[in-house]
Design a protein around this ligand. Sequence first.
Ligand code: CUA
Length: 334
Amino acid sequence: MRAAIAVVVVLLAGCSGRQNALDYASDQSRAIGDIWHLMLVVCGIMYLLMMGLLAWAIWHARRRLPDAPPATEAPAADGLLRKLLGSWTVLIVIGLFVLAGGSFFVDRKLAQSQDPHALQVRITGSEWWWQVEYLDPDPSRTVVTANELHLPVGRATRIELRSNDVIHSFWVPNLNGKTDLIPGRSNFQTITPRRTGQWRGQCAEFCGLEHARMAMDVSVEDAAAFERWRAAQLATARPPQSERQRQGQHVFMTSTCASCHAIMGTDAAGRVGPDLTHVASRRTLAAGALPMQPGALAGWIEDPHAHKPGTNMPATKLPPDQLAALVDYLMSLR
Ligand code: CUA
């Protein structure tokens, strides 16, 4: 009994989770889930039939082993075999037609999810992080962030996918299938979320040493929460509020940080690494490799290769008081 309960618990657990293609949270993932279930049923029936026939054949052969079959039985068995093979062929053809039809309709559904009022987002993959831009006809209203995606529930978001270096693949299993990010071209994916919540995206194409640590933190929010987030992201960075934060900002501007990172509202305008204007409002650091906490941030600045050995971010050795001031300043950028 206990074993049965354990099996049910494991099966149910397998159908939920923040990185799970069977825990649908959008129109697109539901369509993909439908074809998945159709394939499971068709192939499952075929498998069970096949195993059943195999078992029957073995049982029958063993029963007849001691002596050869009487010659008179042969024509009847031959006829039965022919009928069975004929039915089997018909079954396979029907199964394949059902699968091809299902695949055709799901493909059409995914291609049709174009919406002229969709939110426009551009995601650019780099080794090993994601730049995320919320595009607006007025360029001054473009939001730039990194490694996090906020989506409004019930509204389509059209995502343009590009790459800065090698081929990456954007995959948030709860929201849609995989789409490659290819250097020199744009691919598109539409997501229409139907449920608020937090999900995990992951680069799904091997792209080098830190491929596994190229995650995306995805939040689906109601429209009001999404607009609040967007308005907060549009603001320039919060100025330092204390002497220590002022010292931290000075460290940022005079060390190597500012040559790779941008902080809107300051002179830092580097575009090599993630935009840090509202870095502390994110939930993770280094594309999901670390939590957004002062200790983790200090460790990341001091020795990024200890946490993500392939990262292009260089280590920044600073005296302890300067490092603490820098972390204090960055953690104030909410
Ligand atoms: Cu980027 Cu794998």
